[in-house]
Design a protein around this ligand. Structure first.
Ligand SMILES: NC(=O)c1ccc[n+]([C@@H]2O[C@H](COP(=O)([O-])OP(=O)(O)OC[C@H]3O[C@@H](n4cnc5c(N)ncnc54)[C@H](OP(=O)(O)O)[C@@H]3O)[C@@H](O)[C@H]2O)c1
Length: 221
């Protein structure tokens, strides 16, 4: 039985992950904005909630995030850029997971293997970007990839058995994608949770600082 912490436990993928872990007998702690007042963009909220959370955890998953914030839709081109919408993207999708990682040391065991994973997105890949668009969300996810990479290197010094990674969950049927799926192939959240769990179960410290998709394949930065 693993000890698991899910941040963003109310989300499509977060809730499916809580259910999948509980179904296999893991002990799951979930934190969410709507359920617990956990706001990952608010430093004091992150500090207070994570200080009050037990641990150590075998797995911490950051499953928070949004594509649309305060009604701002993803930009078709850079001409649609709004400074405040871009800053909102960075606050939630980059700074939020960074705040969680800055509290990670206390949450993770030093004497055994553990995983700290952040849900990023393939569209955050700079190397894989061939079509443009969605500049704020893409840039915020590229930013969180650097956050994960940097934190992984630092965490390896104190927690040599931890794998700290960014994950692309696939295209998943959640409130997040509702307006954007079109004919794009997608999977239900429960299937995405099972895929991600399989990837995270297979991670070792050798994988730390990397970016993987739902099938365990490395995504280019
Ligand atoms: N779905 C996809 O196809 C897809 C593809 C690539 C990457 N991703 C990534 O996967 C992650 C989860 O996506 P999802 O599809 O599960 O989205 P979702 O169903 O819309 O859930 C989003 C979650 O983020 C939480 N959240 C939003 N703002 C927050 C804040 N300020 N503080 C704390 N929590 C906050 C929400 O909490 P409340 O509801 O409690 O407010 C909710 O738990 C995101 O990072 C997304 O970028 C998703």
């Amino acid at each position: 039985m693993k000890q698991i912490l899910i941040l963003g436990a109310s989300g499509g993928i977060g809730a499916a992950m809580v259910a999948a872990c509980r179904a296999r007998g893991d002990q799951v702690t979930g934190l969410s904005r709507s359920g617990d007042g956990f706001d990952i963009t608010d430093e004091a909220s992150v500090a207070q909630h994570l200080a009050a959370t037990g641990g150590p955890f075998d797995l911490v998953l950051v499953a928070t995030g949004a594509l649309e914030i305060a009604g701002a839709v993803p930009e078709k081109t850079i001409k649609g850029l709004s400074a405040s919408a871009m800053l909102d993207q960075f606050a939630l999708n980059t700074v939020g997971p960074a705040l969680a990682l800055s509290h990670a040391a206390r949450l993770l065991p030093k004497d055994r293997a553990a995983v700290f994973a952040v849900l990023s997105a393939r569209v955050g890949s700079i190397g894989d970007n061939a079509i443009g668009g969605w500049i704020s969300y893409r840039s915020a996810k590229a930013g969180v990839n650097q956050v994960v990479r940097t934190a992984a290197i630092e965490l390896a010094r104190s927690h040599p058995q931890t794998a700290c990674v960014a994950l692309h969950p696939g295209t998943v049927q959640t409130p997040f994608t509702e307006k954007y799926l079109g004919r794009h192939p997608s999977v239900p959240a429960a299937e995405a949770a099972d895929n991600l769990l399989q990837v995270m179960d297979g991670l070792t410290a050798r994988d730390t600082g990397q970016f993987f998709d739902w099938a365990g394949k490395q995504v280019p930065w």
